[in-house]
Design a protein around this ligand. Structure first.
Ligand code: SF4
Length: 290
């Protein structure tokens, strides 16, 4: 664990749900024996978006809503890295919405952890795309990222966890990372992470979350059944959590990186760019320019 512990204390408020996500992430990387130098953590903007600053893995603070295209670029440049993108609901489902949907469509082998607290915490608690009607004057229906992901045929791994259930969250995190590490495609993990300062719904969510894996009819390999089960749970006023959908191996769509960079040893980041190695090609180019 010490490999992943940086002597920098997160600036989050005491009790923030993001602490649980960070702890789960570190435990999962440790369990999977992925060293910090083989891990690239991409952050967004907002409270959650700075999580990579608190580990010793490679980290990149991308622009608002742009963490997913950045993560895709890193993965295609060097597929041998375990690439994890994480940020909040405001970052991912407002300005980042187009990238979220297109990343589901592209299916890169990266993990996306969307920390959903149903508010813009860093800017003092305004309504976000996932806020319920009535929260801070919100009159719009909340966006549901899991149902959106389920509706796209290229979705490969979809799960939802809760900061208040850290053991279960770590199990989901580990499975999502292993899935992406095996180059099977995009692993989407939404985590309900209460903002204790502006939207403390720990107690409410504790009562409302329902683990779909324990329900009759659960079949994560079937898209229609997963959809139906989620809707059924939601109609009862509950929130479905757990591993929600992942097709059988023979039904998995090919990942973007396995098609674009089939041989990780020939990845762009590993090419020999030394002057000596490329001198002949360089001279040929110069000659062609007259
Ligand atoms: Fe967490 Fe909310 Fe504090 Fe931000 S404002 S660190 S989301 S509790």
């Amino acid at each position: 664990m010490t490999e992943y512990v940086k002597p920098i204390t997160p600036s989050w408020c005491p009790g923030c749900g993001d602490f649980s996500v960070l702890a789960s992430l570190k435990k999962s990387l440790l369990e999977l024996k992925i060293p910090p130098e083989k891990t690239a953590l991409i952050g967004g903007i907002g409270c959650a978006g700075g999580y990579h600053n608190f580990t010793d893995a490679y980290g990149y603070h991308s622009m608002h809503g742009r963490l997913l295209p950045t993560a895709i670029g890193v993965k295609l440049a060097n597929p041998s890295l375990t690439v994890i993108a994480a940020g909040g609901d405001g970052d991912g489902f407002a300005i980042g919405m187009g990238h979220f949907v297109h990343t589901l469509k592209k299916n890169p082998s990266v993990v996306y952890v969307a920390m959903n607290n149903e508010t813009y915490g860093l800017t003092t608690g305004q309504a976000s795309p996932t806020s319920p009607v009535g929260f801070e004057g919100n009159i719009e229906m909340p966006f549901n990222a899991v149902l959106t992901a389920l509706s796209l045929p290229s979705a490969s791994f979809i799960a939802r966890g809760f900061s208040g259930l850290p053991k279960e969250l770590t199990a989901l995190m580990t499975e999502a990372i292993r899935f992406a590490q095996d180059r099977k495609g995009f692993a989407f993990l939404e985590v309900l992470t209460p903002c204790v300062t502006y939207n403390d719904n720990y107690d409410e969510w504790r009562k409302r979350v329902e683990d779909v894996t324990k329900l009759p009819g659960y079949d994560p390999t079937s898209r229609p059944k997963s959809f139906e089960l989620c809707l059924e749970v939601m109609e009862r006023g509950k929130i479905p959590i757990g591993k929600i959908f992942s097709p059988a191996p023979d039904k998995l769509p090919p990942s973007l990186d396995s098609q674009v960079v089939p041989d990780p040893l020939k990845a762009p980041a590993l090419l020999d760019i030394s002057v000596e190695h490329n001198m002949a090609k360089y001279q040929k180019l110069l000659a062609s320019l007259g």
